[in-house]
Design a protein around this ligand. Structure first.
Ligand code: IMP
Length: 429
């Protein structure tokens, strides 16, 4: 088994948790490398549904080590609650199978305050963030006023750092957002306690991962969000604030590109997006509503309803170039049963011209119309199918067209949330 990066190839919510859970059986270590608890990974095991926001999805597999890399931003309160809940549900989450980078940055109360305050105050231009403080914590990291896990677990360092940065953040909260300042003692008391609890999990994660590779162990790098939400290559400014692309796996863990062998992209059989921003293949009418209901398209983190649209092969082609996607795992094909016609967006038209490349400018993108290829749908319930050959011919045609229009072969197709509802088309591991 190679060292593989698993990323979302769309705007997040592709079902990465479900695929990571499946593949994690074949690896030794599962490492998350970016984002924070803005993510929501849902995994169904038997009758049980587990939603993870912070922990890598691999934590549900026995005998595996789960890692939170330096590129992740950690909300200690949420992380500790998640650890506690998993333990109550009978899963193991201790210093043996969970490692947190001491270089990861910490989401502080003022980050959440600023995130929410900004969204409230900017009306039409809001991003539609998850309100978890993600933008402000990455901003502080880049501005060199962040607080790292290594500070959190050392009360002197925490006190020192908080005294340095809080006045500046309070100035923003009071003068720009017009809100009450946050209190040093209150934050320090609460976060010092979190630091004590998290200390046992922390280590130099890059050393751990590189040593493990030298010992012959293999790693699955688990991306959060999706390629089109990446800070550099996504639909900026309607993006998250981290490197959700495969390149983020290197900067977010300290493992070099020469040690990574392949990239698996996860894509839904249609497209969804939460929050604001352009979405050329969006369906605003009855068909979009139908996809939302059939696909249960409501956010695992915020509960917001997801915008729905047809599969966008043009965007996936772009995502595949940026990320070096070698194969795609397609999720939720079963949701498309019962549609008389199904469309695939194969290109964008801008001011009457068909574009060759995915636009880098948000304004251009928001004025693009989708160019569709229309296919016949199928009526059969396919959720019980266990071999590709049993799929209706129209469904197989749909899969072939996805491969042709994206230029990427399919690795697997999932037909439902539970572990066994998956068909493998190619053996890549
Ligand atoms: P933030 O990451 O909370 O700053 O939100 C920025 C944008 O990314 C918003 O449009 C969010 O809805 C979106 N976003 C963040 N995390 C996820 C995710 O895990 N799935 C889907 N969208 C997300």
């Amino acid at each position: 088994m190679p060292n593989v990066v698993v990323i979302g190839a769309q705007w997040g919510d592709e079902g990465k948790g479900r695929i990571v859970d499946l593949i994690s059986e074949k690896v030794d270590i599962i490492a998350r490398y970016q984002g924070g608890n803005n993510a929501g990974h849902t995994i169904v095991i038997g009758e049980e549904k587990v939603v993870l926001h912070h922990l890598p999805s691999g934590i549900l597999r026995e005998g595996k080590v789960s890692v939170i890399g330096n590129g992740v931003v950690v909300d200690p309160k949420v992380l500790l609650e998640e650890i506690q809940n998993l333990r109550l549900a009978g899963y193991k989450a201790d210093r043996e199978n969970l490692k947190i980078s001491d270089r990861a940055h910490v989401i502080m109360p003022y980050h959440k305050e600023i995130d929410k305050g900004r969204e409230e105050s900017c009306g039409n231009t809001k991003i539609g963030t998850t309100g978890r403080g993600i933008g402000p914590v990455y901003e502080d990291k880049a501005a060199r006023r962040g607080i790292k896990v290594s500070d959190l677990i050392d009360p002197d360092a925490l006190s020192h750092r908080l005294r340095e940065v809080l006045p500046d953040r309070n100035l923003y909260i009071t003068k720009v957002l017009g809100k009450e300042p946050l209190d040093f003692q209150e934050i320090f008391g609460e976060y010092e306690a979190y630091g004590k609890e998290l200390k046992e999990f922390t280590c130099d994660v890059s050393k751990l991962l590189n040593d493990s590779i030298t010992e012959g162990k293999n790693i699955l790098f688990e991306g959060a969000q999706g390629a089109l939400l990446d800070i550099d290559f996504g639909t900026y400014p309607y993006v998250t604030s981290s490197s959700a692309s495969s390149g983020g796996a290197c900067t977010g863990t300290g493992v070099s590109p020469t040690k990574i062998d392949s990239v698996l992209g996860i894509a839904k059989a249609y497209t969804t997006r939460v929050g604001e921003g352009p979405f050329p293949s969006e369906l605003s009418g009855e068909t979009g509503e139908r996809l939302r209901e059939l696909g249960d398209e409501y956010g695992a983190t915020t509960g917001r309803s997801r915008r729905c649209g047809w599969f966008d092969a043009f965007a996936i082609k772009y995502a595949s170039m940026i990320n070096g996607i070698s194969h795609i795992a397609l999720t939720k094909l079963d949701v498309l049963s019962g549609f008389e016609k199904i469309k695939i967006c194969t290109a964008y038209r801008y001011k009457g011209k068909v574009l060759r490349d995915f636009p880098s400018n948000n304004h251009t993108l928001s004025e693009c119309d989708p160019v569709y290829q229309e296919l016949d749908g199928w009526n059969e319930d396919i959720s019980g199918v266990r071999d590709v050959s049993e799929l209706p011919p129209q469904a197989r045609d749909y899969l072939d067209t996805i491969e042709q229009s994206t230029g990427v072969p399919l690795y697997a197709v999932s037909l439902g949330a539970s572990r066994e509802k998956i068909l493998f088309l190619n053996e890549i591991f």
